[in-house]
Structure formats: structure tokens, C-alpha cells
Ligand binder design. Structure first.
Ligand SMILES: Nc1nc2c(ncn2[C@@H]2O[C@H](COP(=O)(O)OP(=O)(O)OP(=O)(O)O)[C@@H](O)[C@H]2O)c(=O)[nH]1
Ligand SMILES: [Mg+2]
Length: 452
């Protein structure tokens, strides 16, 4: 198993282990999602296979029959033939009887040999090594795939650091498994230290360095957030590919990248709502979520999601055209609760309405009466959302009357540039402005007025 992906096109065979935990179509949906993940990574899916198991905890995750079948589909490169000679009873008792195997009907045979096998579940380091030896091809589990995508998509220093920490945490136990028994001495090792111990020490040191660096970067980010804290902030949160970045681009008039691939955004971007309001309203785009998001990755995105934590309004963007959006929304709620985001006002945004019929849209609005139906491709919807956001921001503002002498021209200009002026009255010496703004800005203004 290798985590530094190769640029060559890999032909992937996907394997679903159907445990009793899966309900209804969950296994099929999850496998379809895995196919999208694997495609995002640049692999070509050449086939899918499924195996029914009582649990994924046993050392051998594949039964003999299935193993032989998959070995055939991957070019018989591993040690599986030896297993053919074994009796069924010699194999892990976690497997159900061969007759109990319940194939997903969508199983299809690859038209070409697969050189990578991807499991739609997490495998322990020993399970992974076992099956890799049996098949003789590279094997990934779901977490491995997600971490690989995150590694490739991370652009800023913070995202890179967070992903690298998660990757090393994932690699560390696999490193132990893959090099155990190697007692060779190497340069740079301490007395009596094995290669494995040396490798582990290197990973530990690297992790410590990365964590230190992350803390300093996070302090910087925190500083920047504090500077903005008096402004009304909106955060776009949701499942990967729901359309958050597209929405961000539409409501801020910016060129934030939005792509039809999973986890296009790994860094938080912050922009002002457009058309610009007084005071400005900030919008932040965040990392997308996915089912079974590795725990380390959730933890590592804690700081990225701090934007959502500080937001006064959360827009839960869902791809309403995806039949599994309700389950996806549950995942979003779970992850946000896990990172401690449960504050603020919320709006459910049923996006991609252009993909729905009128009847489907009406049914969804009846099911979610408080939601807003949008398409990022419809300017009228973007206007409606802009108006909604401004309305909520206004509710949070305080109205005050400020009397400014005509002589203080600078201050009048500043008020107009940073606050919403709802009324103006003029007398001989002063201008009386009714303004709406946040408490901090108003306090600051009043202090300055006193010193005039
Ligand atoms: N039909 C349709 N497609 C949309 C709409 N909004 C976004 N998309 C498409 O959906 C895909 C994903 O959009 P993104 O904006 O990248 O999604 P995201 O939520 O930011 O995804 P991550 O960054 O991976 O979390 C892109 O191909 C968009 O063009 C919409 O309203 N209608
Ligand atoms: Mg995005």
C-alpha cells in the first residue's frame, strides 16, 4: 500500500463489504460515492464486487471464493492460489457461508484487469497487508483514498499542514506492519534501534514539527478572525459537491473555484457579500464533508471550520437533486457537532433546483418549509439569498441617532462608508443621522464623537 499516488492511470476494482449495519440501498449508494472518490483521484473504475460479512473486524476480509474471483480479476498476481488448497473451515470464521453471499445486483465484471483494489470500508493495517499479499496488487481502503484526495487538493500552508498530520497518523501504524521484522541497521539509528523503530521515530519527530508549525499558523489565523469579529459573518457548510463554492462565487461576485470533483475546497476562503453592504457582510466557504470522514481529518479541520464556529449565520447547502441528500445532511450535522459548531442561525439551502421538476421542488418545500430553494445558476435565486442574508444581518444591528456637526466632515464620510444610514435630517449646525450598525462600531463612533 502506497500513499503517494502515482500519476499513471490506475484501473480500480471496488469492493463493498456488506455488513448488517448497512440498511436498504446504503451499500450501493456508498459504493457509488466511492466510485466518485476514486475517479476524483484519477483512477478508472473497471468493476465492482461485493461480499456479505457479519463484520469487517476479521483478519481475512474476503472469503475464499470471492478472493479467488478477485484474484482472477486482478491478474492472479498474489499468493491466493495457495489458499485455494485450503478447506473452507481453515478460513476466518467471521465469514458467512459461501451460500450466504449476497451479491449486490450491480456487480459487474471488469473488462480489463484491475491493478488497484479499493475497499469501501476501513481496513486495519493487518487486514490491508493480508489482502495485499493475497492479491499481489495495491490495496486502498476508504480512509486511504480520502486522505490521498485531501493531500492532493490542499493548497495553503494550513491545509497542507493539517492534511500531512492526518496522513502521517494514518501511515504510522501501517508503517509498523509493513516493516516489522526488518532488523537491519541503518545510518542515523540509535544504539540497538531497528529500522522500524527509526522509521517510527522519524514519523514522530515529523509529526511534532508539523504540529508546532500548525499552532503558530493557527495563532495567526485567529488574529485575523478577531480583527473581523465585529462584522456579520455567514458560513457555507455542507456535503462535498453540494455547490458551496459555486454559491460563494455567486453571492460574493468572486472567482472562488468550484469544480465537479469531490473535496475541491480544502481551505476556508472569506469574501465580502456582493453587492457590498454597509457595514460589510463576510461570507466564508468551508471544506466539504463526506460519510465516514476519517476521525483524524475531522480533528485536523477543526481550525478551518473555526470560520463556521464564529459565523452568525450558517447556510447548510445541499444538493437537492441527489436522492441521498438527507443522509448527507445528517453527516454535516454530525461533523459540525463533533467540532463544536452548534451556534448561530441556520438556513437550509436546497441547491441545484434546476435539476428538479416543479413537482419535486414543491414536494421538497412542503417537507422543508423553512428552507430556500436555489440554483447557483439562477440570478434571481442569488438575489433572493442576498436579500435574506442582509435581512438577518440587519436584525442583529442596533439603530442609533448620531448628531454630527458639519465641521466634522471626515466622520460623516466614514459613517456613510461603514454603516447603514436609514434617515438624515439637517439643521443649522448639525446633521442628524439614523444609522444601523453593530454594537462595537457604534461604541467606537460614540467615543470619537466625544473627543471632537
Ligand atoms: N446543476 C447545477 N449544478 C451546480 C449548481 N451549483 C453547483 N453546481 C455544480 O456542482 C459541482 C460542485 O460544485 P462546488 O461549488 O465545487 O461544490 P462544493 O460544495 O464547493 O464542493 P467541495 O469543495 O468539494 O466541498 C460543480 O460542477 C458545479 O458546477 C446548481 O445550482 N445547479
Ligand atoms: Mg468547494
Amino acid at each position: 500500500m502506497q500513499l503517494t499516488a502515482k500519476p499513471t492511470l490506475n484501473h480500480a476494482l471496488l469492493i463493498s463489504i456488506c455488513t448488517p449495519d448497512f440498511k436498504g440501498d446504503e451499500a450501493t449508494e456508498s459504493l457509488a460515492e466511492l466510485a466518485r472518490l476514486v475517479t476524483t483521484l484519477g483512477f478508472k473504475v473497471v468493476g465492482t464486487q461485493s461480499q456479505k460479512l457479519s463484520s469487517t473486524k476479521k483478519l481475512n476480509v474476503l472469503g475464499l471464493g470471492k478472493l479467488a474471483e478477485i484474484s482472477h480479476l486482478t491478474g492472479n498476481k498474489g499468493s491466493v492460489e495457495e489458499l485455494d488448497d485450503l478447506e473452507e473451515s481453515d478460513v476466518s470464521d467471521g465469514l458467512l457461508d459461501e451460500t450466504d453471499f449476497d451479491e449486490i445486483p450491480s456487480d459487474n465484471l471488469p473488462f480489463q484487469c484491475a491493478d488497484v483494489v479499493v475497499f469501501d470500508c476501513d481496513l486495519s493495517p493487518s487486514q490491508l497487508r493480508n489482502v495485499e499479499n493475497q492479491l499481489g496488487v495495491e490495496v486502498f481502503d476508504r480512509t486511504g483514498i480520502i486522505i490521498e484526495i485531501f493531500s492532493r487538493h490542499a493548497r495553503t500552508r494550513t491545509a497542507r499542514l493539517q492534511v500531512e498530520i492526518a496522513r502521517l497518523n494514518y501511515v504510522a501504524p501501517r508503517l509498523r506492519e509493513s516493516t516489522s521484522g526488518n532488523k537491519e541497521r541503518q545510518m542515523g539509528k540509535g544504539a540497538g534501534e531497528t529500522t522500524l523503530e527509526l522509521d517510527r521515530r522519524k514519523v514522530r519527530d515529523q509529526l511534532a514539527d508539523l504540529k508546532r508549525e500548525l499552532v503558530s499558523v493557527q495563532d495567526e489565523m485567529k488574529g485575523r478572525r478577531t480583527q473581523r469579529s465585529e462584522l456579520f459573518c455567514v458560513a457555507l457548510v455542507g456535503y462535498t459537491n453540494a455547490g458551496k463554492s459555486s454559491m460563494m462565487r455567486a453571492i460574493t461576485g468572486s472567482d472562488v473555484e468550484g469544480e465537479n470533483k469531490l473535496f475541491a475546497t480544502l481551505d476556508t476562503t472569506v469574501r465580502a457579500l456582493f453587492p457590498i453592504t454597509q457595514p460589510r457582510i463576510l461570507v466564508s466557504d468551508t471544506v466539504g464533508f463526506i460519510k465516514k470522514l476519517p476521525h483524524d481529518l475531522v480533528a485536523s479541520f477543526h481550525s478551518t471550520l473555526a470560520e463556521a464556529h464564529d459565523a452568525s449565520l450558517l447556510l447548510y447547502v445541499v444538493d437537492a437533486a441527489d436522492p441521498s441528500f438527507r443522509a448527507q445532511l445528517d453527516v454535516v450535522h454530525e461533523v459540525l457537532a463533533e467540532v463544536g459548531v452548534e451556534n448561530s442561525k441556520k438556513l437550509l439551502v436546497l441547491n441545484k433546483s434546476d435539476q428538479l421538476s416543479l413537482e419535486q421542488q414543491q414536494a421538497l418545500m412542503a417537507e422543508f418549509p423553512d428552507a430556500m430553494m436555489t440554483s447557483t445558476r439562477n440570478p434571481a435565486d442569488i438575489k433572493k439569498l442576498h436579500k435574506y442574508i442582509v435581512g438577518i444581518a440587519q436584525q442583529e444591528m442596533i439603530e442609533e441617532e448620531i448628531i454630527v456637526p458639519y465641521t466634522a466632515k471626515g466622520i460623516i464620510g466614514e459613517i456613510r462608508a461603514s454603516m447603514s444610514v436609514t434617515k438624515e435630517e439637517y439643521d443649522y449646525e448639525n446633521i442628524k443621522l439614523t444609522v444601523r450598525s453593530n454594537a462595537i462600531d457604534l461604541e467606537r463612533l460614540k467615543k470619537r464623537m466625544k473627543n471632537l
